[in-house]
Every structure is written in C-alpha cells, then in structure tokens.
Design a protein around this ligand. Structure first.
Ligand SMILES: [Zn+2]
Ligand SMILES: [Zn+2]
Length: 241
C-alpha cells in the first residue's frame, strides 16, 4: 500500500532538480539531479582549523589562515558543508527570498552523510542566528532555524529564543570590513544568560561570508558565560586566492 501511495504521489507530483529544474526519477532521495550533485562542492581539508576556510589549491595540511592569526575570533571553530557557489547559491536564494523550503530534506540528507555536523560534538545548545521580529514577519520563517532542524532533526538542544536580535540591521552584504562590524553593534543579546553560563553553544546559520555575524553572536554568548562557541553553516563563501 505504501509503495502504491508513493508511486501515485510521484505521478501526481513529479520531482524536479531544485537547481536546474531537470525532471528527476520517482521518489528521489535528493532533489538535485546527478549533474548538479556533481557540481556541489563539499568542503574538506586542508582548511583553517578555526574559521573553516578551505584551501582549494594549497597543498599540505590544515593551518590557520591570515585572518584568524591576525584577529581574535570569539568562536573556537566554524565549519560549513559546501562552498557557496552555483548551483547551491541559486537554491539558497530561492529558499531565503522566495520561501522555497523543498530544499530542506535534501540539506538534511547531506548533513547526515557529511562529517561536519558530527564534528560539532558536545554542544549543550544549538542556537540559530536570530532574525529581528520585523524581518521574521516579512519572511515568514528563520532560515537558520529551519537549517538547524534539518541538520539536527528533532534535537531538543535547538533553542530559538536564547539569542535575540534586538534591532533590525541592514543586510551585511551592503557593507565591507569595519562597516560590517558597526552594522551589528549591539544587534544581539542573550535572553537567558543563566542558561548559557558554563555551556557549549553551537551557532547555526545559512552562509558564512566574512564571519562577522557569527563572531558577534559568539562574542555576546561568551560574554554571557558560554565556555565555547562553535559555528556550523550550510555554505561558506569562496575567498579569493
Ligand atoms: Zn540539476
Ligand atoms: Zn581562519
């Protein structure tokens, strides 16, 4: 009966690749066609053990990048599943700005197969980067919370209300360098400092660009007493080499 229902569903609602709209076979595990799957660039060593920057051409092992050597990071390590480039970039855009959440089960399937979520062991709380309530109303969902649920299904450590965005901020993509930090000044606070005191926190976000946002979240969490803050994102912007 289950098989029959599945075939009926496939007939009524055929699946298409999220990135290029190619029709997919019946009941696909991933909503990416083989070509697009091939083009998804997962992040592996060698990388910066702190911020997770991938060294795409450099030989050798993991080593700290110049940015992490020169600046103090408030998180102990950040990891991402994929490089932020097409076809994933297009799918993330459709997810964030057009509400196309059909990608989430596929992201969950990738998270299950890739090592990064398991590398973030020992977290007491999983905290999605919060949206300001105004932005949340406009968008209808917090993409970071949906990703946290996809990466860690039914995980009771997910805490959506520990970290609060106290004022709306301009999108970080509008700024560079120091202006990114200024834009986020006093943008976050911890709602229940006693809950994070002496705890390890894992922050989840969609894309790691320069890391300013997650670094500011980590700073606020550490100030509230968190012993360690780690970061997991779906994707990481590819830097110039
Ligand atoms: Zn495709
Ligand atoms: Zn680094």
């Amino acid at each position: 009966m289950k098989v029959f229902l599945k075939s009926l569903l496939d007939l009524l609602l055929p699946s298409f690749c999220l990135a290029c709209d190619t029709p997919l076979g019946p009941s696909p595990d991933l909503l990416f066609c083989p070509d697009c799957c091939e083009r998804l660039h997962t992040i592996k060593s060698p990388l910066c053990p702190c911020c997770g920057r991938a060294y795409l051409v450099a030989p050798g092992g993991d080593h700290h990048c110049g940015i992490c050597l020169a600046n103090s990071r408030h998180f102990s390590r950040a990891r991402a599943l994929f490089l932020y480039e097409d076809p994933l970039k297009e799918v993330v855009h459709r997810f964030k700005y057009q509400g196309k959440t059909a990608c989430l089960p596929s992201f969950a399937a990738f998270a299950k197969k890739l090592p990064q979520p398991a590398e973030m062991d020992g977290a007491d709380w999983i905290v999605p980067v919060p949206l300001h309530p105004k932005r949340l109303r406009e968008r209808g969902f917090n993409q970071a919370l949906l990703l946290a649920r996809a990466f860690f299904p039914k995980d009771r450590r997910i805490a959506a209300n520990l970290l609060i965005r106290s004022r709306p901020t301009e999108p970080q993509t509008n700024f560079n360098g120091a202006a990114r930090r200024t834009n986020l000044k006093n943008a976050f606070y911890v709602a229940k400092p006693h809950a994070v005191a002496e705890k390890k926190v894992l922050i989840v976000d969609d894309v790691f660009t320069t890391g300013t946002t997650v670094n500011e979240c980590a700073r606020v969490l550490k100030k509230a007493g968190a012993t360690e803050v780690m970061v997991l994102t779906l994707a990481r912007v590819k830097e110039d080499y």
